[in-house]
Design a protein around this ligand. Structure first.
Ligand code: FAD
Length: 319
């Protein structure tokens, strides 16, 4: 008998899973609330494990850039430590989503629309790949249904021109954080984080104005990216998932941000989503019990969730 799998969410986790599930064995449907969102977004840093999965399904974009050095600076630009060796590979998020969509076999049914109640989906297994606002998470663990706010706001952008080598890296301290990295095609990716009382939905101009004032005494490179940033800058309030004790219950399972949305400091959120999806597909294709999958993925991803929060606190606390 073919098992029917409903995947709620056609983002990085949901598309990776659909690309790797055995089409001879499973009838797969992806439900995506906002298919048009896949064309938006800035850049993502991808580490080795996630790249290996993407390479296997032909979804690692060609247009990537491997960072090989940089420095950690105080927020005013004084160098704290030089960083050598290969960093993550930077990819354009829309390019990655398009490559993942291409890797999904034609047998997978794509439904555009929000799933308001996953409990009524007609499927043998319901996979919550529905991000930090997950509706499936509460069906796995009722106490973990709600996402958790933080007081942080992130700004992200891509600008023309490679950064000067001595500008590359992160800038930490005084309640603020900024990163500047080179990207393919002579571009730079930058991001900032600061504490803010602004509430969503954001006016990008208001968040930019606040950031320019908060970072006024930061390094010249940081001030330059903020001064040049336009209204296409992404302004995001950072939310995280609550701690979870299990990722699977009955016919429900959660992966990616739905299971462990974390602060972005380790650059591990999308990477973990990709590895969750690949390992879940492997277990399902082999007909294995989901408890084995959970025993491998839950500790690693919950540690990353805690580690990201600890790194954020450290970065902002530097005087
Ligand atoms: C500032 C910032 C920087 C980051 N940088 C990095 C980085 O460098 N490296 C890295 O690995 N990660 C990074 N991340 C994290 C990364 O963006 C996320 O971990 C990743 O997008 C999670 O993918 P996902 O598929 O689990 O969830 P999402 O990307 O949130 O996708 C969920 C999908 O489900 C859909 N959906 C939600 N609810 C429903 C519903 N009820 N019905 C139907 N569809 C639904 C949504 O529309 C969406 O398409 C960063 C995050 C932030 C905020």
């Amino acid at each position: 008998m073919t098992d029917r799998i409903a995947v709620v969410g056609g983002g990085i986790a949901g598309l990776t899973l659909a690309a790797l599930l055995d089409p001879g064995r499973f009838e797969v449907t992806i439900h995506e609330a906002q298919p048009e969102r896949s064309a938006t977004g800035s850049a993502l840093g991808l580490w080795g494990g996630a790249r290996k999965v993407l390479h296997r399904i032909g979804a690692l974009p060609d247009d990537t850039f491997r960072q090989t050095g940089g420095a950690l600076h105080r927020i005013d630009g004084r160098r704290l430590v030089s960083v050598r060796g290969p960093g993550p590979v930077l990819v354009d998020r829309p390019t990655l989503l398009a490559a993942l969509a291409d890797a999904v076999p034609p047998s997978v049914r794509r439904v555009a629309g929000e799933v308001t109640d996953p409990a009524v989906l007609d499927a043998d297994l319901v996979v919550g790949a529905d991000g930090v606002r997950s509706r499936v998470r509460g069906l796995v663990e009722a106490r973990a249904a709600k996402r958790v706010p933080t007081s942080y706001v992130a700004l992200r952008g891509i600008r023309a021109g490679a950064p000067a080598p001595d500008e590359v890296g992160e800038y930490w301290g005084g309640g603020r954080l900024c990163g500047i990295a080179p990207m393919a095609r002579e571009r730079s990716y930058w991001f900032t984080t600061h504490r803010s009382a602004l509430v969503e939905p954001f006016e990008v101009a208001a968040v930019l104005e606040e950031a320019r004032s908060r970072f006024a005494d930061a390094a010249p490179a940081v001030n330059r990216v903020l001064a040049d940033a336009g209204l296409d800058t992404l302004a995001t309030a950072l939310w995280v998932a609550p701690r979870m004790r299990s990722y699977a219950r009955g016919r429900y399972v959660v992966i990616g941000d739905a299971a462990h949305a974390m602060l972005p400091n380790l650059g591990r959120g999308a990477c973990s989503a990709i590895v969750d999806a690949a390992t879940l597909a492997k277990s399902l294709n082999a007909g294995s019990d989901l408890r084995g999958w959970q025993a491998r993925r839950l500790p690693a991803t919950q540690v990353a969730r805690l580690g990201s929060a600890a790194l954020m606190r450290t970065a902002l606390a530097i005087p």
